[in-house]
Design a protein. Structure first.
Length: 336
């Protein structure tokens, strides 16, 4: 009787170092840039990626004279690799910390106007209560922040819609009203005015974000609903430049009241007019990975982010907003 002998070759677990190299290449867009970031010679880096592709059994990168981009399989691997690497960092941080101290790095993504409202108070709070936590605040446009959250490059973020990813938790935080902002002594609108209609806004020289920006789309919808063509004189995605242009009298803009904190200017230098026939708001959500996957440090920062926002709103320091769970009086529309 014949005896069938099966010989199984040992399966080598995927090398975390290879995953780290691969993730850096995808983020850098080229082997040479990744080589410099990782302090690894380019030939050695190429060799490790070749081994990874051999193990996966499919090409992971498309190479060209302009650099490299991930294939469809490579992009899928990148998303999982980035998540695994962040979880490993969290696990090591937990293992190293003293039992009595919460520590580790926590990355928080905040849009520019949100940074102005909560960035400094949150940083001071974390520094005072959790000296072992290294807070990494990333400022950017909401679309870029959302992209970083989806890639697992951030632990937490504040964003303006709740459909960024089904794999993330989105907790409603507050509703933020948009105002027409202009220089206090601007002749474009009478000093006696405290509000303005959408039709009147359309005639003013407007400085707005580009069309891809969520705020621009929200504002444009109000003009389209009334068949109005706004007088847009500049499209700028830099908050500081927008407010500098408004300060110079080039035009007006439509922003939340937190934008008035830019450049350290005093409130009396600005006017904020409410829109009388359309309350234009945007909802703010706190995003995070699923709570059971959050490291202790990230959980602590998430709680402080929520509590700090509530404190700022209730105390009147974050103006023109309303908490979701309970009504909070919106500040006066004039900035005197």
């Amino acid at each position: 009787m014949a005896v069938l002998t099966l010989i199984f070759a040992p399966v080598r677990p995927m090398d975390l170092r290879q995953l780290r190299y691969f993730a850096q290449i995808v983020e850098s867009g080229s082997l040479s840039k990744a080589s410099r970031c990782l302090f690894v010679a380019q030939p050695a880096l190429s060799q490790q990626i070749a081994k990874l592709e051999e193990e996966v059994g499919k090409p992971l990168l498309q190479r060209s004279s302009r650099g490299v981009i991930p294939t469809e399989n490579g992009l899928a691997l990148y998303h999982h690799a980035r998540f695994m690497l962040r979880q490993l960092e969290h696990a090591l941080s937990i293992a190293r910390q003293d039992s009595a101290e919460v520590s580790g790095m926590v990355s928080v993504g905040l849009p520019a106007t949100t940074v102005l409202a909560i960035g400094l108070p949150l940083t001071k709070c974390i520094r005072a209560k959790y000296p072992g936590i290294l807070l990494n605040v990333v400022e950017g446009m909401s679309g870029h922040i959302a992209h970083m959250m989806r890639l697992g490059q951030l632990d937490l973020a504040i964003l303006f819609n709740n459909d960024v990813s089904s794999k993330l938790d989105a907790t409603p935080l507050l509703d933020e009203e948009l105002f027409v902002l202009l220089r206090a002594d601007s002749p474009l609108v009478s000093r006696s005015r405290r509000s303005i209609s959408v039709a009147e806004v359309a005639k003013l020289p407007l400085i707005l974000p580009t069309g891809t920006h969520g705020l621009r789309r929200r504002v444009a919808a109000e003009f389209e609903r009334r068949n109005l063509t706004p007088n847009v004189v500049a499209e700028i995605d830099s908050l500081s430049l927008v407010m500098s242009c408004v300060s110079e009298g080039i035009g007006v803009t439509i922003k939340p009241m937190s934008a008035l904190h830019v450049g350290g200017k005093e409130h009396h230098e600005w006017r904020a007019l409410s829109i009388s026939d359309a309350r234009i708001t945007r909802r703010n959500y706190i995003y995070s990975i699923k709570p059971d996957l959050l490291a202790p440090a990230a959980s602590a920062v998430a709680k402080e982010l929520y509590d700090t926002a509530r404190t700022l709103v209730i105390s009147g320091q974050w103006r023109g907003v309303t908490l979701i769970d309970e009504p909070v009086a919106v500040a006066e529309h004039s900035v005197a």
